[in-house]
Ligand binder design. Structure first.
Ligand SMILES: NC(=O)c1ccc[n+]([C@@H]2O[C@H](COP(=O)([O-])OP(=O)(O)OC[C@H]3O[C@@H](n4cnc5c(N)ncnc54)[C@H](O)[C@@H]3O)[C@@H](O)[C@H]2O)c1
Length: 317
């Protein structure tokens, strides 16, 4: 096996790292030499996971000879995002890695009755939180021409019965990941996402005893961290990918599009008659971008020679 992958001289920010998956990611990155900002509102906020403590994780890392600092700002506000990035820059002089992991889960409520306050909390933490943390981080990464970002999505984004706010927020993160990955190519920044499965304080809230016991036996948080660490490394083998990770398995999750049905004279009836072609998986294309789908319309999108959505002479993202 080639040499150990190290993070000496790299600085990482891991959000929501006072327990669960985030703590496992922070420990592994620190063990491999990274200086880590361990963020969590644990102990400071009512929305925190009970028992989460960035201070305990930092103490553990330091006791093993690693470098880490506590941050207790919330990802759910723009000020919080800016403050944790500043903390990395002031304390360690740069920021190379962001693992966007902070999250809240709330017991399911009916779609119609979902309280607005819950919708706000979940979207603000998972989706707005990514914007709040990544925008100041992006500025620093773009200036240094290097960065690695891992967002934490969820397989629920692919669809799940009886849950709405959380899967929708996680689906938003998938799209944000894929867009930033394209823009990041110009700046040496790679952006990927994981859909983890792990027994953590959050998944321990699952009401079913059977599912909880099975999760506990099958999905240790530590088995997700190596995939995250590889994505955070200079040698990260991909950009804009979504990976399902848990129980020792890592697997690509992707968007795919079929050639579909095309006619010069679209009509309701023509569509009804050709619906099988709309759905036919023959010729399925794994699309890395929306542009690849646009190419399938067969109307010369590729010939435009344009890939950016912004104005042709617009500012650099
Ligand atoms: N455990 C799983 O199977 C699973 C599955 C899919 C996705 N996820 C995602 O993985 C991530 C980690 O979850 P986990 O399972 O380790 O749960 P967890 O509850 O143990 O960890 C989440 C941490 O985020 C912290 N946090 C919450 N709001 C915050 C805020 N505004 N600012 C800073 N920190 C905040 C919490 O205090 C907690 O320590 C979450 O984004 C979660 O949605 C987990």
């Amino acid at each position: 096996m080639a040499g150990e992958l190290r993070f000496d001289d790299r600085v990482a920010l891991v959000t929501g790292a006072g327990g669960g998956l985030g703590a496992a990611h922070a420990r592994l990155l620190a063990e491999r030499g990274a200086a880590v900002v361990v963020n969590d509102i644990g102990g400071t906020d009512v929305e925190a996971q009970q028992g989460a403590s960035a201070a305990e994780v930092v103490a553990e890392i330091e006791a093993r000879g690693g470098r880490a600092v506590v941050d207790t700002h919330s990802v759910a506000t723009a000020e919080g995002g800016r403050a944790m990035v500043e903390q990395a820059l002031e304390r360690f002089g740069r920021l190379d890695i962001v693992v966007n992991n902070a999250g809240v889960g709330r017991p399911g409520a009916g779609f119609v009755d979902l309280p607005d306050a819950q919708l706000d909390l979940v979207l603000k933490t998972h989706l707005y939180g990514a914007f709040h943390v990544l925008r100041p981080a992006w500025r620093a990464m773009r200036e240094q021409g290097y960065g690695r970002i891992v967002n934490t999505a969820s397989a629920t984004a692919m669809g799940v019965d009886d849950s709405w706010d959380y899967p929708a927020a996680k689906g938003g993160l998938v799209s944000l990941t894929r867009c930033l990955a394209q823009t990041g190519e110009r700046h040496g920044i790679k952006v990927n996402a994981i859909m983890p499965m792990a027994f953590t304080p959050m998944s321990a809230q699952v009401p079913s005893d059977t599912i909880r016991d099975w999760m506990k036996r099958t999905f240790p948080a530590e088995s997700v961290a190596p995939t995250v660490a590889l994505l955070c490394h200079e040698e990260a083998p991909c950009n804009g990918e979504i990976l399902s990770v848990g129980a020792g398995r890592t697997a690509r999750v992707t968007y795919a599009v079929v050639p579909g049905f095309k006619t010069a004279e679209p009509s309701v009836e023509a569509l009804r008659e050709n619906w099988s072609q709309v759905m036919d998986s023959e010729g399925l294309l794994i699309a890395r971008s929306g542009q690849e789908d646009s190419g399938l319309f067969g109307v010369g999108f590729e010939d435009l020679g344009v890939t950016r959505m912004g104005p042709d002479d617009g500012p650099e993202s």
